[in-house]
Every structure is written in C-alpha cells, then in structure tokens.
Design a protein around this ligand. Structure first.
Ligand code: F6R
Length: 608
C-alpha cells in the first residue's frame, strides 16, 4: 500500500526522501510525489508511475530545495493513478501539504461541505479533502487545527503535514494506519514503515492512534487530542540492515525463499525448552483451554491458507471443530463466536485492515484472541490478547514466503502445546512430533539445494495459460497457496481444487496439455489423489506431481515428479510449499514479471 517518508534536518531533503521512498517501493504503488518547504513556499512535484519518473522530473531531487519535506508513494483507492491524484496534496491556497495512507470514509460528505463553502478541488482523492479541511479550519494555531480536522475524519489515516506558516516543523498524525518517527542527531524522520529510515537511524517512536507529533530538527513532541503531552519510550530497532536489503540476490522474493530454513529455526527455537514446547505468550489456564468448544482462525490471503492447514492439523490432533475464516467475510456474517471460542488471528504485517477488524469483532463477542504476527509492535500484535511472534525478519517481497513458513511453524508448536495440555497426544507421539519439527529446517535446506529441477520444470512449463492445483486434505490447503503464489507474481491463471471435487464440474476444463499440479503428500489419501491424477491424465492433462520419496510409483501416472523428503503428514506443507514457491518464482522470472512488486498488489493491505 502507500508509503510515507518525511525529513526535517540540515541536509537537502529531496534526495533523502527519494531514497526513503525507494525503500518503500516493495509496498506497491502507482505514483509518487514530494513536497518541500522552500523558503516559506510549499513546492510539490509528483507523477504517475514508478519512482524513476519522479527522479527524472526532479533531476534526482536536485531541483527541489529545502531541508524540510514529505514524500509519498500512492496505491490508488479513490481516483485512478494519475499525476493529479498523486500525493502530496496542497490545500487551495497552498498553505498546507498533506500525504496520507488509509481511507477517509466520509470524504464525499466532507468534500460537498467544503465545496458548498467555496473551496474547489483538483483531484478525485479522499486525501485532498484533508488538505482542504486544514485550510478551512486554520485560524493560526496548527495544533487546534489538527485536532479539529481529526474530529471530522471517519476512517483510517497516517498523515504527514507541512504548513507554510511553520517552516521548521512537520506534523504527523495517525489513526488505524501505522506511522513511526525516526530520531536522529539534529534531524528527524517520519515513515510508514521501518525500512524507509533504517540506514539513517535505529531509534524510533511508534505513534499510537489519535496521537499528534510535532517534529522539529532537534525535538519531537507528542500530544493527545486534549493537547496533553504524551511520554514515549524510544524503541531500538535491532534489524540487521542486510535483512532489508537484497544482499546480492536478484529479487527479495528469492532471498526470502532461501532464508526459510533460518526463519523456521528462529521461530521454533525460543519455544523449545528441555524437550518441551513452551508458549509462555499464551495467557490461558489449562482449565480455560479445556473450556473451548471451537477454534476460529481469521486471516487473509496466504495467512488464511496457513489457517486452512491449521484446520486440518488442529482437528486431527485436538479433536476440536476448527473454522478457518476469511477475515473480510467473517466481519459481516454475524458469526457464531463467544467466550467458548478460541480465536487465532494470523498476519505477517499485523496491520491488515480486514484481519484487524475481524479480530475486534471476535473480541467484542467475548472470544480470546491469540495472534500470530511477524511485525513487532503492529496493531494486531498490540490489540490481540496474546501474541506469538514469527521470527521471519522483515519480509519485503509482496508475495509472502518466509512469513508463510514461520506461521506454519507456530501452528505446529500450538498443536503440540495444546495437544499435550489437553491430553490428546501420547508422550511418545509428542516426542516423535517434536523431533520431526526440529528436522524441518534441514529438510527445507535440502529442497532448496536441489532447486535446479524446479527451475528446469519452470523453463518447460512457463508458457501454460491455465493451471490447476489439486490435492486432498492438507494437500488441498497447500494447493491454495501454490495457486495464489503463481497467480500473483506470474499472472498465469490458476485454480486450486480439492482433488475429489474436480469431477463435479471443473474437469470439463481439462483438455490436451492442461497443466495439473497434483499434490500427493498426505499418506492416507495418496491412492485417492492418484485416481484423480489418472482421471485428468486420461483427459489429456500434463501432470506435475509433488509427493514424498517413498512414492516412486507415482512416476508412472505423472509426467514430471518432484520428490520431497519424508516427514510426518502435518508438517509436509512446510516442505511441499518450497517447490511451489520456487516454481512460481522461476516462472515469473522467465516471463519477465516484476516479481517483488507484482501489478496492482500491495504488501500490507491497510484498507478494507
Ligand atoms: C500473498 C500475500 C497476501 C497476504 C495477505 C495477508 O503472497 O502476501 O495474500 O498473505 O495480504 O497479509 P498479512 O499476513 O500481512 O495480514
């Protein structure tokens, strides 16, 4: 989604802002812009398209002068991607400039109100309404104006604001959309995300909802909407700088695929003590855990696919009904959830609007929420009842890989933890699973080391126009992820189907040469999936099968087969997903797609 950067200091701001925006490119955007305070005039340069266009327009920032500025990459919500809709937006007289992440839900009402009072608009955005509200309510006191404007806005916003009359400050405000302040020596920053400022400072403040920051070169003051100062603790970011850099790899996605053994290990390691799974983050007594009648899993996209795997895992081990729900659907279907329901929320960013709102809905209905989150201090992490962090490190590529893998790792930990606590697995089984869990990073590494086969298959198959992913049970859950990964980065149409369901309609789409990727890892159902493979092959399909080493016989049904190391069924998705990610990656690379920033997509979806 959109990105915000702001700088106030002693250096020329424009080149710094452009560098910061570059670091946010991964979030997805369609236009970009800068505004600098140049000797009391707010000067804006903005354009549709990639940052390269803005760089050319501003001669790499050199034509913009000033040591105070704000910058933005926009992902269109209201109004098409265009020069005029790009941020920053100026108020009518040019007194205020605003960059905005989020959505103003009542912007039509506000726009009409402002127009009826004589203000005119240049763009179709909701953000211009904010700039104009500043203009309309400003009577000389910026703090009063900010508070008044905030009281008029419904929706979500992180704002960077410049006022011509206050040339030595930036105002930053947030509600339901993340914003941080980077603290430097005689310089300070604002940013919507840490990578934008990581090479400048590691000390940050995180703004909370309804906080207002007044940022000068040598001070940052934070107030609430009663104008009372808010005391903040400085947070130190200990990310390795390389974690947010490509580090010699061509794409972040490939780098992140390769980081999975380490990410998986880093996620399970802190939770294994003296041969037991320890999840101290869960603040529930054994009695409370025993009282749950149902588990509800809420998430979007790939995180939802982890939820579907979890459904199979938890139901098998815990024998409790589990619903994996798309967060965007859950919110609006009057769900049956109460204090006897345990809710598990899964989110890499911890900022996904649908997931966050679904979580709140579950909490309103009395459900205890455990969140599985990657980004420290994110909204979901803060607002859930308990949080278990995945230790994937920063994930930059839009298509998730290592976050997915580490989310699965937490699911296995939870299955063992709850299974043991509820007496649903024997001590022997517990030990077997625990041993197996610790072998997963090496097995992932083994698959990565043998990636040439996947690369070769991608080179043979990348021209496919429609692809079906089929599987049963946990393999079906995996099909969903394999299909999404391929679609989002290679733009090839694909569908994930429960293998047994094909014959109820979709098999009519299978014709000579249709590529079917059959996932056959779930031991109990391999013979069933094999029959489905035969069915599609007899209708002309080309089958690429993923199975475990011991099922060499499947070679006789499939045209190509990838063999995975053996592990227990519930952990096989952690292995099987690797060739699927690699396949999507290599196909997208062969097609020349923009792998890290696929069209129309954004990394963190902070709008509904
Ligand atoms: C797909 C992908 C998305 C996210 C989804 C949820 O590769 O990355 O489908 O999984 O947008 O995002 P988070 O996990 O940040 O809530």
């Amino acid at each position: 989604m959109c990105g915000i950067v702001g700088y106030i200091g002693e250096e020329q701001a424009a080149p710094l802002l452009l560098t910061g925006l570059e670091k946010l490119e991964y979030r997805g955007y369609d236009s970009a812009g800068l505004c600098l305070n140049d000797n009391g005039a707010l000067v804006v340069k903005k354009s549709k398209g990639k940052l390269e266009v803005l760089k050319n327009l501003t001669d790499d920032g050199k034509i913009l002068h000033g040591t105070v500025g704000i910058g933005h990459t926009r992902w269109a919500t209201h109004g098409e991607p265009s020069d005029v809709n790009a941020h920053p937006h100026l108020s009518e007289s040019g007194r205020f400039a605003v960059v905005h992440n989020g959505i103003i839900e009542n912007y039509i009402f506000l726009r009409e109100m402002l127009m009826s009072r004589g203000l005119s608009f240049r763009s179709n955005t909701d953000t211009e309404v904010i700039a104009q509200l500043f203009e309309y309510y400003y009577k000389g006191d910026i703090m009063d104006t900010v508070i008044r404007v905030m009281s008029k806005l419904d929706g979500s916003y992180a704002l960077g604001i410049l006022c011509r009359d206050n040339p030595d400050e930036i105002i930053a405000v947030r509600k339901e959309s993340p914003l941080i302040i980077g603290l430097g020596e005689k310089e300070n920053y604002i940013a919507s995300d840490i990578p934008a400022i990581l090479d400048k400072t590691r000390n940050i403040y995180r703004l909370e909802n309804n906080e207002i920051a007044v940022i000068k070169r040598d001070s940052v003051q934070i107030f609430n909407t009663d104008k009372m100062p808010v005391k903040k603790e400085t947070e130190k970011i200990d990310w390795d700088i390389h974690a947010a850099e490509k580090d010699g790899y061509e794409h972040f996605m490939f780098k992140e695929i390769m980081e999975q053994p380490k990410a998986f290990l880093n996620t399970i390691h802190p939770h294994l003590k003296n041969g037991r799974v320890v999840l101290d983050e869960i603040h529930l007594s054994a009695e409370e855990i025993r009282s749950f009648r149902k588990i509800n899993i809420l998430a979007c996209g790939s995180a939802y696919h982890v939820g579907v795997v979890a459904k199979y895992v938890f139901e098998k081990i815990l024998r409790i009904p589990v619903e994996a729900d798309l967060a965007s659907e859950f919110r609006y279907r009057d769900p049956i959830v109460d204090d006897k329901t345990l809710t598990i929320v899964i989110s890499q960013s911890g900022e996904t609007a649908d997931t966050k709102e679904a979580m709140k809905e579950a909490q309103r209905r009395g459900s205890h929420v455990i969140a599985i989150v990657n980004v420290l201090g994110s909204a979901i992490a803060k607002e859930s009842d308990d949080v278990i962090y995945t230790m994937a490190g920063p994930e930059i590529a839009v298509a998730t890989t290592k976050a997915y893998s580490t989310q699965l790792a937490v699911i296995y930990l939870m299955a063992l933890y709850f299974g043991d606590l509820l007496g649903k697995i024997s001590p022997e089984e517990y030990q077997i699973y625990l041993q197996e869990l610790q072998t997963i990073p090496d097995k992932i590494q083994q698959i990565l080391d043998n990636r040439e086969q996947v690369q070769y298959l991608a080179s043979r198959l990348f021209n496919a126009e429609d692809i079906f992913f089929i599987g049963r049970n946990i393999d079906y859950a995996l099909s969903l992820e394999g299909s999404l990964k391929l679609k989002e980065i290679s733009y090839i149409h694909s569908e994930a189907y429960a293998a047994g369901e094909l014959k109820h309609g979709t098999i009519s789409l299978i014709e000579k040469g249709t590529l079917v990727i059959a996932l056959a890892t779930h031991e109990e159902l391999i013979s069933k999936t094999r029959s489905n493979m035969v069915e599609v092959h007899s209708r002309g399909a080309y089958i690429l099968c993923l199975t475990t080493e011991k099922h060499q016989d499947l070679k006789s049904v499939a045209q190509s087969t990838i063999f995975l190391p053996q592990t227990c069924d519930m952990m096989l998705p952690s292995l099987a997903v690797i060739p699927l990610q690699l396949f999507a990656y290599y196909v997208a690379a062969l097609k020349g797609c923009d792998i890290d920033k696929p069209r129309n997509l954004a990394k963190s979806v902070t709008v509904e």
